[in-house]
Unconditional design. Structure first.
Length: 299
């Protein structure tokens, strides 16, 4: 039987409607609408689409937003100064710096992604990339959850896919997805989402020797390796749940990290690309922006 498609678009709309309602309530209590500041450096076409979609999503949810477009030639000092201004601006609740940062142009110094993310005030860090927020997550007492892994947790929960006692294999070890995803699913107490914890988690990656064997042992396989269709159908255990985080542009077409048609023959459920995990990333950003506003209002 072909796999069930896990419809990320639909779940994202559900979450966005919940956030919009909660924003309405927050404002009715006498607070200013939450505000997100996005910083986009350079002109990466995909990043431009993502920040535009974030702005539109904010607007539809009752969240204010502002976008700083900076040229690719922006120096590290200029970018850090801009982040500092946003940190100190009391009207801004959430700050995100769109990734990837551009490669250096000409003779100018490179923008150090780590230094830039470290500069965002942790209480406004709605991407949850700062070391403070990563540390809190590691310790099982998260403040903000990173948007893409949190979206996956929400999707599993809302599709009644339990993770307790399951073997989850995460292929990919990025700071944005792979590492926090593994940590969230392995948590003991469900601190990272209702009913979504207590999994036995293996992190694999493109250099894992026996990758096929490890993938075949997964009850839930999360592919976040950034290589088009690297996960083939014969790497999937019959009946496994497959979550594809990859968004790769191949000849003007979007493909995931999973060979979808092959995988759908074997899996019990699978996320498509597009329309799977991607839309959830933006929905969880809205959730975090409201959370940031609430935390700051309570201070
Ligand atoms: N500061 C951040 N930078 C980046 C993040 C992030 O969470 N924070 N994640 C990605 C990009 N991203 C959000 O920023 C993102 C990627 C994809 C989608 C999405 O909805 N994708 C659609 C397809 C859209 C398309 O046509 O390209 C889908 O999968 O259906 C949303 C957000 C890296 N940078």
């Amino acid at each position: 039987m072909p796999a069930t498609r896990l419809d990320g678009k639909k779940i994202a709309l559900e979450i966005r409607a919940e956030v919009a309602k909660a924003v309405e309530q927050f404002v009715a209590e006498g607070n200013a609408p939450p505000k997100l500041a996005a910083v986009l450096v350079g002109e990466d076409p995909a990043s431009q689409v993502y920040v535009r979609n974030k702005e539109r999503a904010c607007e539809k949810t009752g969240i204010a937003s502002q976008l700083d477009r900076l040229p690719a030639s922006t120096s590290p000092t200029e970018l850090l100064e801009r982040i500092d201004q946003l940190n100190r601006d009391p009207s801004v609740n959430g700050i995100l710096v769109q990734l990837p940062l551009p490669q250096p142009t000409g003779d100018g110094p490179a923008l150090d992604e780590r230094a830039v993310l470290d500069a965002v005030d942790p209480i406004k860090d709605v991407d949850a990339f700062s070391p403070i927020n990563v540390g809190l997550l590691m310790q099982g007492r998260p403040r903000f959850l990173p948007c893409t892994p949190h979206g996956i947790v929400q999707m599993l929960h809302r599709c009644n896919i339990a993770t307790a006692a399951k073997h989850v294999v995460v292929v990919g070890r990025s700071e944005i997805v792979g590492k926090p995803m593994a940590m969230m699913l392995a948590q003991k107490d469900g601190s990272c989402g209702p009913e979504t914890a207590n999994a036995t988690v293996t992190i694999a990656h493109s250099r894992t020797k026996n990758l096929k064997e490890i993938c075949l042992s997964a009850d839930i396989l999360i592919a976040a390796v950034g290589r088009p269709e690297m996960i083939r159908g014969d790497m999937i255990q019959p009946g496994a749940v497959v979550v594809d985080v990859g968004i790769n542009r191949v000849e003007d077409r979007l493909v995931g990290d999973v060979a979808f048609d092959e995988a759908a023959e074997v899996a019990s459920a699978i996320t498509p690309v597009p329309g799977g995990v991607g839309p959830l990333t933006i929905a969880m950003l809205l959730h975090n922006t409201l959370l940031a506003a609430k935390l700051q209002a309570a201070k």
